[in-house]
Design a protein around this ligand. Structure first.
Ligand SMILES: [Cu+2]
Length: 323
C-alpha cells in the first residue's frame, strides 16, 4: 500500500469508501478484471475498488468501517492504562498483538473518538511500544459511552477501521445532534460547506476556510493533506474517513481556501462531519451535521452532478435559509 497507489485511486475519484476497502485493493488483486465486469451491473456500489475482494471474509466486506470490534482476524482490545491515559492493542489472526503497521497518512495508527451522541470528537496519534501496546493521553472528554476507532493498515494488508465502546463513568448530560448547517466556526475560522452527500454514490463536498472575512490561502499540510474529513452516521456511528482531492505540493492543489472531498455515504440519514485542518501551526476541527438522502436537506449551492437528474426536486427547500 503505497502513496502512489492511493493517489491513483484519488485521481479516479474513488476517494471515499466505507469499510475495509479504500477503493484500491483491486489494483493488486488478480481478479480485478472480473471486478470491472461486475462493476458494470452493480451501479455505484462503493465504486469499482471493492467489488473484487473475493478473498475477504464475506459478511463484513461491504459494511461501513468502525462497526466491528473484530474483523478479518484483527481485534481492537483495550489495555490497562494509568488514569489519564488510553491504551490498546490490535491483535492479529494468530491472536498475538500486531507490531507491524504501514504508514498511512503519515501515521501508523489513527485513533478517533466520539461520544455516542456524536459530541466530543478527537483525532489523535498514539505511540506504540515494542509489545504492540498503543498509548496516548486519553482523548475521552467526559462521562458517557464513547466510540473509539482504530484506523490502521497492518503490514502487507488492507486498511481497516475497528470500533470499540469505552465507558467513562459519571453523570451523563445527553446532547442532541446539532441541526444541519452549511457554515460553522472554530477557533476564529469560518468553514463553509457546499455539496450534499448522496447515498450510494460519490458526492463532492467542498469546505472553504476563511478568517475575519478573508479566505485562508495558506493552509498547512496536515498528515499529508490540506484536510481530513471524518463522517460518523447518527445511530450506529458508522465511520467514513475521507481524504481530499489533491496533495500539497502536487503543483495543482491550492492551499485553500477550498478543500474538496469525494465522499460516499452508505445510506440516507444524518451524519456528523469533522474536518481537521491545520493553520497557524495548530490543528482545528470544524463540525457539521449533514443530512443525506431523501430528507429536507439543504440544496447544493450549485448543480452537483452532470449525471442523474435530481429525482426528488419536490423535496428541495429552496430558500431554506442556510447560507
Ligand atoms: Cu490520524
Amino acid at each position: 500500500m503505497n502513496t502512489a497507489t492511493k493517489l491513483s485511486g484519488f485521481a479516479l475519484g474513488l476517494v471515499a469508501v466505507f469499510g475495509a476497502a479504500y477503493g484500491i485493493g483491486n489494483l493488486a488483486d488478480p481478479v480485478a478484471p472480473a471486478a470491472e465486469t461486475r462493476h458494470d451491473d452493480s451501479d455505484n456500489d462503493h465504486g469499482a475498488g471493492d467489488t473484487g475482494h473475493g478473498d475477504e471474509s464475506g459478511a463484513s466486506a461491504h459494511l461501513p468501517g468502525g462497526l466491528l470490534v473484530s474483523e478479518r482476524g484483527y481485534t481492537f482490545q483495550p489495555a490497562a492504562a494509568p488514569a489519564g491515559q488510553f491504551a490498546f492493542r490490535i491483535t492479529g489472526p494468530d491472536g498475538a498483538p500486531v507490531t507491524r503497521f504501514e504508514v498511512a497518512h503519515d501515521k501508523r495508527m489513527h485513533l478517533i473518538v466520539a461520544r455516542r451522541d456524536l459530541s466530543g470528537f478527537r483525532h489523535v496519534h498514539p505511540e506504540m511500544t515494542g509489545d504492540g501496546t498503543w498509548r496516548v493521553a486519553s482523548p475521552l472528554g467526559g462521562p458517557g459511552v464513547w466510540r473509539a476507532f482504530a484506523d490502521f493498515t497492518p503490514e502487507g494488508g488492507e486498511p481497516l477501521t475497528l470500533g470499540l465502546d469505552v465507558t467513562v463513568p459519571g453523570d451523563l448530560t445527553a446532547r442532541p445532534l446539532p441541526a444541519p448547517v452549511t457554515s460553522t466556526t472554530v477557533d476564529g475560522y469560518t468553514v463553509t460547506l457546499t455539496g450534499t452527500p448522496e447515498p450510494g454514490r460519490t458526492s463532492r463536498l467542498t469546505l472553504s476556510v476563511s478568517r475575519d472575512g478573508r479566505p485562508v490561502t495558506d493552509l498547512q499540510p496536515y498528515l499529508g493533506a490540506y484536510g481530513h474529513l471524518v463522517a460518523l452516521r447518527q445511530g450506529d456511528l458508522a465511520y467514513l474517513h475521507v481524504h481530499p482531492e489533491g496533495t500539497p505540493g502536487d503543483g495543482r492543489t491550492p492551499a485553500g481556501p477550498a478543500i474538496t472531498f469525494a465522499a460516499e455515504v452508505p445510506s440516507a440519514g444524518a451524519y456528523r462531519l469533522y474536518l481537521d485542518f491545520r493553520h497557524g501551526d495548530a490543528v482545528h476541527t470544524a463540525e457539521f451535521t449533514v443530512l443525506a438522502g431523501d430528507q429536507t436537506a439543504p440544496a447544493p449551492a450549485a448543480p452537483a452532478s452532470t449525471t442523474a437528474p435530481t429525482p426528488d426536486a419536490g423535496h428541495g427547500t429552496p430558500g431554506h435559509g442556510h447560507s
